[in-house]
Design a binder for this molecule. Structure first.
Ligand SMILES: NC(=O)c1ccc[n+]([C@@H]2O[C@H](COP(=O)([O-])OP(=O)(O)OC[C@H]3O[C@@H](n4cnc5c(N)ncnc54)[C@H](O)[C@@H]3O)[C@@H](O)[C@H]2O)c1
Length: 404
C-alpha cells in the first residue's frame, strides 16, 4: 500500500510510535483490521517480541484474534528500530504522558520521544499526536518539526477509549480531529475515517483541552459520588440504596456514578495536568483528587472502628485499577494494601486477571486465610462469592449494600 500525500511512496499507511501500549496497540490493530499496512515502533523489546508472535502483551477483549490474523498476513509488524518510523505516511504518537512524583506534567515527553526518531521522519508524513498532552504540546511539536527541515504536517487526534472497550469504542466513538492547516485536517480525517464516520473537528488548542476536560469531568463525577458515599456511610446509611432510589426514572441524575476506587493511569494524572496548566488554580480538580485518593484511607479508618485490625488478616480481592482489567497502574487497591500492611496483622491479595504481581494468591486461599475481606476491584467473578467472612464491599458486588 502506498502513500497518498503526493510526496512519493510509503510502504505502510500508518506507523504507531508507542504502538505496543494499552492505547497504541488496539489502534494499530484497528487500522490493520481495516486493511491498512501498519508498523509499530516501541522501545519495549519484550512487548515487540510478543506482538510479532501474534500475542497481546496485556488483556484487551476482542484484540487477540485480530492481532494474530494481522500479523500472520503481514499487515502488522512491530520493531524496536526507529527506522520503521520512515516507512509510513501517517506517524501516530501515543506514548505515555504521566505526571512525576510531584504531580508535574512532563511537557517534553513527546518532543523527547520524537527526538529519537528525527532522522527517520520524511517529507510528506503526517505526524499525529494521540497521547493526552499538556496544553501547548501540539504547538511545541509543530515548532520542533518545522526545524527538521522536512515537509511534515502535524495533527492532534486524542484517544478517548476506555481500556477493556477499545475494540468496540475505536469504531463507535466520535473521533476528535484537529490540525492547524486544512490539508492536515483533511488527511487526519481521512485516516480516522477508516475507523468511524463520526468526526469532530476542532483547533489543536480546543482539542487539547477537550481531551483533558473529558477525563477531568469523569474524575470529578466519581469524586462527587465518593464524597456522597462517605457522607451517607458516616450516618449509617447505604449510599447505593440512596443512589438507586434517586436515579430511578429520573433522567437528570441518571449519570450519578456508584461509589468506588477511581484510579488508573489517566484520570488522576490528567486532572493534575490540567491543574498545572491553570497555575494550580483548580479547586475542583484538587478536591476530586483528595476525595478519590482518600477513599482507601477512609475505608481502613472505618474498618478499624469496627474491627481489631491489628490482630486480623485482611484479604483484598481485586488488585487491578478497575473491574475486568489486568492493569494495575495507579490502582488504589495497592494503596489500600500499603495502608492495611501498616494497620493489620497481615494482608493477602488476589486477582484473577493480574499476571505481573508474583505476590498474589488464589482466591480460595485468600478467602480461607483471611478474617476480613475487602473488594478492591469489581471483577465480575466476585459477585458469586460465597463466604461467612465479613466483606467490605463498596462496589455492591454481593448485592448486600455498600455500608462499611
Ligand atoms: N490507557 C488508557 O485507557 C488511555 C485512554 C485514552 C488515552 N490514553 C493516553 O494515551 C497515552 C498512552 O497511554 P497508554 O496507557 O497506552 O500507555 P502505555 O504505557 O501502555 O503505552 C506506551 C507505550 O509506549 C512505549 N514507549 C515509551 N516511550 C517510547 C519511545 N520514546 N518511543 C517508542 N515507544 C515508547 C512503551 O514501551 C509502551 O509500550 C497517554 O497519553 C494516555 O494518557 C490512555
Amino acid at each position: 500500500m502506498t502513500g497518498t500525500s503526493g510526496f512519493g511512496d510509503f510502504d505502510r499507511q500508518v506507523v504507531v510510535i508507542g504502538g505496543c501500549g494499552h492505547v497504541g496497540l488496539p489502534l494499530a490493530i484497528a487500522f490493520a483490521s481495516r486493511g491498512a499496512r501498519v508498523g509499530i515502533y516501541d522501545v519495549s523489546q519484550a512487548s515487540v517480541e510478543t506482538v510479532n508472535a501474534g500475542r497481546m502483551p496485556f488483556a484487551e477483549p476482542g484484540a487477540a484474534e485480530v492481532l494474530k490474523h494481522a500479523v500472520s498476513v503481514g499487515l502488522l509488524e512491530a520493531s524496536t528500530d526507529p527506522a520503521i518510523v520512515g516507512s509510513a505516511e501517517h506517524v501516530v504518537v501515543v506514548i505515555g504522558t504521566p505526571v512525576d512524583e510531584h504531580l508535574n506534567p512532563d511537557q517534553a515527553a513527546i518532543p523527547n520521544a520524537l527526538g529519537g526518531c528525527t532522522e527517520h521522519l520524511r517529507d510528506g508524513q503526517l505526524l499525529i499526536l494521540r497521547s493526552t498532552v499538556y496544553p501547548g504540546v501540539t504547538a511545541l511539536v509543530e515548532k520542533m518539526v518545522a526545524g527538521f527541515g522536512a515537509q511534515i504536517e502535524v495533527a492532534f487526534c486524542p484517544e478517548r477509549i476506555a481500556e477493556g472497550k477499545a475494540m468496540t469504542e475505536l469504531f463507535e466513538l466520535p473521533q476528535i480531529v484537529s490540525a492547524r492547516s486544512a490539508t492536515a485536517l483533511e488527511r487526519a480525517s481521512a485516516l480516522f475515517g477508516m475507523l468511524t464516520s463520526k468526526l469532530v473537528t476542532m483547533s489543536p488548542e480546543e482539542a487539547e483541552l477537550a481531551k483533558l476536560f473529558t477525563n477531568v469531568w469523569r474524575y470529578i463525577k466519581f469524586a462527587t459520588a465518593n464524597q456522597l458515599y462517605m457522607m451517607a456511610n458516616d450516618r449509617g446509611l447505604d449510599f447505593e440504596r440512596i443512589r438507586q432510589g434517586l436515579t430511578a426514572d429520573y433522567p437528570r441524575a441518571a449519570d450519578m456514578p456508584a461509589a468506588g476506587f477511581a484510579a488508573g493511569p489517566c484520570l488522576f494524572k490528567d486532572t493534575m495536568q490540567l491543574a498545572a496548566f491553570n497555575h494550580n488554580n483548580f479547586a475542583l480538580g484538587h478536591t476530586a483528587m483528595a476525595i478519590n485518593e482518600g477513599l482507601p484511607l477512609y475505608l481502613v479508618h472505618r474498618l478499624e472502628q469496627e474491627y481489631d485490625l491489628e490482630s486480623m488478616t485482611v484479604g483484598i480481592l481485586g488488585m487491578a485499577f478497575k473491574g475486568g482489567s489486568d492493569d494495575i497502574r495507579s490502582s488504589l487497591s495497592y494503596k489500600l494494601k500499603r495502608i492495611l500492611a501498616f494497620k493489620a496483622d497481615a494482608v493477602l491479595c488476589t486477582d484473577p486477571y493480574v499476571t505481573v504481581d508474583p505476590g498474589l494468591l488464589p482466591l480460595a486461599q485468600v478467602v480461607a486465610r483471611s478474617d476480613l475481606l475487602v473488594i478492591g476491584a469489581p471483577h465480575p467473578q466476585y459477585s458469586d462469592l460465597v463466604t461467612d467472612k465479613p466483606v467490605a464491599d463498596i462496589w455492591n458486588m454481593l448485592g448486600q449494600g455498600v455500608r462499611i
